[in-house]
Design a protein around this ligand. Sequence first.
Ligand code: ITT
Length: 206
Amino acid sequence: MKNKIPLVLATRNSGKINEISAMISGLPFEVLSVEQFPGCPESSEPFSTYLENAKDKAKVVGDFCQTWALADDSGLEIQALQGAPGVLSARFAGPGATYRDNWEKVLREMDHVAANQREARFCCYMVLYHPSGKSFQTLGEMKGEIATTAQGNQGFGYDPIFWLPERNRTLAQLELSEKNKLSHRTKALELMVPHLEEISRSVSQI
Ligand code: ITT
């Protein structure tokens, strides 16, 4: 097939863009950014579930750009905090919070929590949407623990406090290629690959 299929990443999070672009680079899709579509609206993520928010993010962008759109809504869930920050991960320390504000709040709230009760997981609900109405959804998860101090400067979001016992490091101490072998986003995208392949096959037959 000569032409690649346009696919807009429905996010303005540069960490996600770097990760997804690297993961998808082997497939016959031309990965586009919302910045290439002036005036492209953004979902306000109004829902209380990841899946509804991910669907809304993908639909808002796909309908505007009239192409396939790929979105994810993801978050950190901490057992000792009854699943918080959860769907509010991006805004845990309030509207406009920085990544640092958010992970500092987690560290403060986890201050009293014993070493053997610091389990956490990332989850990623991914939605691939086309304005014709076709859509696919997948879920990826990654288990770990909340560190007692922030370490590392790679990645984004809560990576500096997400401890991987089997690596003896936080996610922010891993290179992007290493994180991309393990992450919740990778797992969701791996499950999306058969759908992307099916789309590329059906387009190449036209
Ligand atoms: P978009 O909505 O534009 O995609 P966002 O940053 O608002 O970007 P989410 O609504 O999905 O993304 O919020 C997810 C938050 O969860 C994100 O801001 C991070 O704080 C955190 N998060 C998600 N995936 C992460 C990862 O791989 N590493 C660290 N933190 C992550």
